[in-house]
Design a protein around this ligand. Structure first.
Ligand code: FES
Length: 575
């Protein structure tokens, strides 16, 4: 690619170049850090935006990895500066990590805008960090490359592999059913997270880093490398080098991201059996570029894309196996005819060029097309009178027999109500019931927590019930499974139809026809709607109040309405 910039054209030169009082001040403070003028003036300044934190185990290695990025930046003739970015730790951030994705995106955008930097390497991977980093970088639109944190190694219990989340749910259910001991439970706790890196099932982290690669935002193959692998160190160095080149070439997200890039990401999401959370994040990301991605587009693409990755929770293996099987490049190589191969990527080459030579090493893990895990429609978008703006179900992780089901509702008005009653012996529930959770959406949760995989009532466990139809306006962890209808929009907290469901109402789920309906008369529907009372807002101060006032519904990506568009980037005046 041609070099489009001279040293004096660099954005950072506005801070460090001028022979005036401000220029003096900016240079002298870099010298305070021990650098010479020629180290940082007229060289691409690369912001390494690092979501490392001691409270984020998925990113435990990123402090060290930033040093590898710096080596790459120096090697290519740039000047690295490591800058902390808000670390959203999926395990600990309450009330819901999703509440903070937009905050991270604003942190990224404003850090890049306010500081003397020319380009950025974005470091993250734990669920919301990937979309948060990418959304901020897309809004600011400086040259940017994403360094995925990488999955952790397989878990281990008595020689059997354990998967993050997926096996937690599975063995918790068994513990509740009394089929494993307290000692087993302790040993599972000891063995399920053995190294740095993000969850190694096809959860939201593995999904979103794979989609970052499918969008063209990473170096080829980057998203599949396990965090502790030395390939990951070399890839980090490569990101630093490439970021410097991108600055000279003035190669920005808006130069390579198109609607076709997002369609590729959706197709890859289906082929990996990805997390349903991807729907929300992709809609929000596309919005930052002014692209309107509608839920129907996901459904259309899902209908023609098979699930090829045999990874939990939809399949059998884990991300470490996926890497040894050839990784995402190999999987994308299997589905070339379903991708737009001409779209460009962060390295200046097309997706098609980046896939040259990719091959599947283990067809058990990355299935050939004729042996797909699910032939098509791994995730479906539903409409109907219960979800006029849509809802989502991951069919590849559901029980096929339940995909067409009519049953009476057992309604929980919020999470606490569900927690208090779900295991009571007097709960009026059978295997045919449909569990409904209200007030768990973007505003009701708040922050749309991952409560969508409601637990199976304890009284049904002894009879072998392990799955039921469950419906909510919540999200579901990508590591979770079951026949769970999620993201019902509009949510119950704002008066969506889900708020009107009552115990005993019949609900009909028909995935083949993409329908979800509450079977009550129109008159009764209208009567209940008129009687609905708007709840009190949950937040009264600070960021959370801003969130409550400006967040959009699930089908619009839960972005802030004032960020959900492409706007002219305002460069700061330098006084
Ligand atoms: Fe970080 Fe799962 S907790 S990715």
């Amino acid at each position: 690619m041609p070099q489009n910039k001279k040293p004096e054209d660099l954005r950072s030169y506005r801070w460090f170049g001028p022979d005036n009082m401000r220029g003096f001040s900016h240079r002298s403070r870099m010298k305070q850090l021990g650098y010479n003028r020629e180290d940082f003036t007229g060289r691409p300044v690369i912001a390494i935006l690092n979501t490392w934190s001691e409270i984020n185990p998925c990113h435990a290695h990123l402090r060290e990895r930033a040093e590898a990025v710096k080596k790459g930046v120096w090697k290519a003739g740039g000047f690295p500066v490591e800058i902390p970015a808000f670390s959203i730790t999926e395990t600990y951030a309450k009330p819901s990590p999703m509440l903070f994705r937009n905050l991270l995106s604003m942190d990224v955008e404003e850090s890049l805008r306010s500081l003397p930097v020319d380009g950025t390497v974005l470091m993250g991977g734990c669920d919301k960090t990937t979309p948060g980093l990418l959304m901020g970088a897309m809004s600011m639109d400086l040259p940017a490359i994403f360094l995925p944190a990488g999955p952790m190694l397989r878990g281990n219990w008595n020689g059997q592999p354990l998967g993050s989340g997926t096996d937690l749910w599975k063995f918790w259910t068994e513990r509740c059913a009394g089929t494993i001991t307290a000692d087993d439970w302790l040993n599972i706790e000891n063995g399920i997270a053995r190294s740095p890196g993000f969850c190694m099932t096809m959860g939201t982290a593995a999904t979103m880093t794979a989609l970052a690669e499918a969008l063209g935002f990473t170096l080829p193959g980057a998203s599949s490398i396990p965090a502790p692998d030395s390939n990951h160190v070399r890839m980090a160095m490569g990101c630093g080098e490439r970021a410097v080149e991108m600055v000279w070439q003035d190669w920005k997200p808006s130069d390579f991201l198109t609607m076709e890039s997002f369609e590729n990401a959706i197709a890859v999401d289906m082929a990996i059996g990805g997390s349903t959370n991807a729907f929300i994040h992709l809609v929000a990301m596309a919005g930052r570029l002014g692209l309107k991605l509608e839920l129907n587009r996901f459904d259309e693409i899902a209908r023609r894309v098979p699930v090829l990755a045999d990874i939990r929770p939809s399949g059998r293996f884990l991300m470490e196996d996926f890497f040894y099987a050839g990784g995402l490049r190999a999987l994308m190589g299997e589905m070339k005819d379903l991708l737009h191969l001409d779209v460009l990527t962060v390295n200046g080459r097309s997706i098609g060029q980046n896939l040259e030579g990719a091959k599947v090493i283990n067809p058990e893990v990355i299935r050939p097309r004729e042996k797909a895990l699910v032939e098509s429609g791994g995730t479906a978008v539903l409409y109907g009178n219960l979800c006029p703006d849509g809802a989502v179900i991951k069919t590849s992780a559901a029980t096929p027999a339940l995909l067409r089901h009519t049953g009476p509702a057992v309604v929980f008005k919020d999470y606490n109500d569900m927690d208090a009653r779900i295991n009571r012996d007097d709960l009026n529930v059978t295997a045919d019931s449909i569990l409904v959770l209200q007030n768990a959406g973007p505003l009701g949760g708040p922050g749309m927590p991952e409560w969508g995989m409601l637990p199976i009532p304890k009284k049904l466990l002894p009879s072998g019930v392990r799955d039921m139809v469950r419906i909510s306006d919540a999200r579901m962890s990508g590591t979770a499974y079951g026949t769970c209808v999620l993201h019902v929009s509009p949510e119950s907290f704002v008066g969506g139809p889900l708020a009107l469901v009552r115990d005993g109402d019949l609900i009909s789920l028909d995935v083949e026809n993409r329908q979800l309906n509450l079977l009550i008369s129109e008159e009764e529907f209208a009567r209940r709607k008129a009687a609905w009372v708007k709840p009190e807002p949950k937040f009264k101060r600070g960021y959370q109040m801003l969130y409550a006032e400006r967040v959009t519904q699930a089908h619009l990506g839960c972005d802030f309405d004032f960020l959900h568009d492409k706007m002219e980037t305002a460069e700061p005046e330098i006084h």
